[in-house]
Design a protein around this ligand. Structure first.
Ligand SMILES: Nc1ncnc2c1ncn2[C@@H]1O[C@H](COP(=O)(O)OP(=O)(O)OP(=O)(O)O)[C@@H](O)[C@H]1O
Ligand SMILES: [Mg+2]
Length: 250
């Protein structure tokens, strides 16, 4: 067994999300060459990698926007490989894509209500007003239009909307991209609060500092392969990994 697969085998005793050796891509182009990762209930795990490494494709494969050509995705012990995004939502998996896709002409409250439509019988959908209470920046202005919100507020609204459908696992694709440092802190606080409520998070980031701040374990993806897996302490000690595969220094 290679070092990384041995680490993976030890990583999760009882995985909420178990991605095993997935191969996926677009048409004839293979992007993921056998990606494995897992997330336990209540954990925050990061998937870091540079531009084009395949981070978004991994999340798309988990939610069924991309169907893997081999490998499997299991959620709560059940095989969900290739299920549609709608079916994935019903299993309480919430996905906040990179492009936040909130509705500019709808109000904050209306944007949250749209999130309820995705949930099905098995989803534990939540009351939009209850979700809004957790969002300091949004709760006092439920009638503001989505298009009038700042980038950070839009990101928080997108997260809120995903939660309304009910979530045990939140998949976040670069939630801090393009945000000013003080807004990054606000998004970090929000993710910490949600995690304290018991929601597990798979966080895709290019910003390693944010990943280290929020997550307990980290997977480094490079050209469609997991090249490193470790705890925050291990990653901090492995400056060469960060330098080589992420092109930044910590
Ligand atoms: N819809 C698509 N059709 C064809 N190729 C795609 C498509 N989406 C992504 N790719 C290619 O797949 C590879 C991985 O892309 P992906 O978006 O998963 O990377 P990423 O790690 O999320 O990058 P970024 O940090 O820029 O968001 C890239 O080479 C990209 O050009
Ligand atoms: Mg991406």
């Amino acid at each position: 067994m290679s070092e990384s697969s041995r680490l993976d085998a030890e990583a999760c005793q009882n995985p909420l999300l178990d991605v095993s050796n997935i191969v996926a891509g677009y048409g004839a182009t293979e992007v993921l060459h056998g990606v494995s990762l897992c997330v336990e209930a209540g954990e925050v795990v990061s998937l870091v990698g540079r531009n084009g490494a395949g981070k978004t494709t991994t999340l798309r494969s988990i939610v069924g926007n991309v169907v893997p050509t081999s490998g499997s995705v299991a959620f709560d012990g059940q095989d969900v490989t290739g299920l549609s995004p709608e079916e994935t939502v019903r299993r309480n998996v919430a996905f906040v894509p990179e492009e936040r896709r909130i509705f500019p002409d709808l109000t904050v409250a209306e944007n949250l209500k749209v999130g309820q439509l995705g949930g099905g019988d098995t989803a534990e959908s939540r009351d939009p007003e209850e979700v809004l209470e957790e969002f300091e920046n949004l709760r006092d202005h439920p009638d503001r239009r989505g298009g009038a919100l700042s980038g950070g507020e839009q990101q928080m609204l997108a997260i809120g909307r995903a939660l309304v459908a009910g979530a045990d696992l939140l998949l976040l694709d670069e939630p801090t991209e393009g945000l000013a440092p003080f807004v990054v802190r606000q998004v970090e606080d929000l993710v910490k609060n949600l995690n304290e409520e018991g929601i597990a998070v798979l966080l895709v980031e290019q910003n390693v500092e944010v990943a280290l701040e929020l997550a307990d374990r980290h997977y480094v993806l490079d050209r469609g392969e997991i090249v490193y897996h470790g705890t925050s302490d291990q990653l901090r000690e492995n400056e060469d990994v960060v330098d080589r595969h992420l092109g930044v220094s910590i």
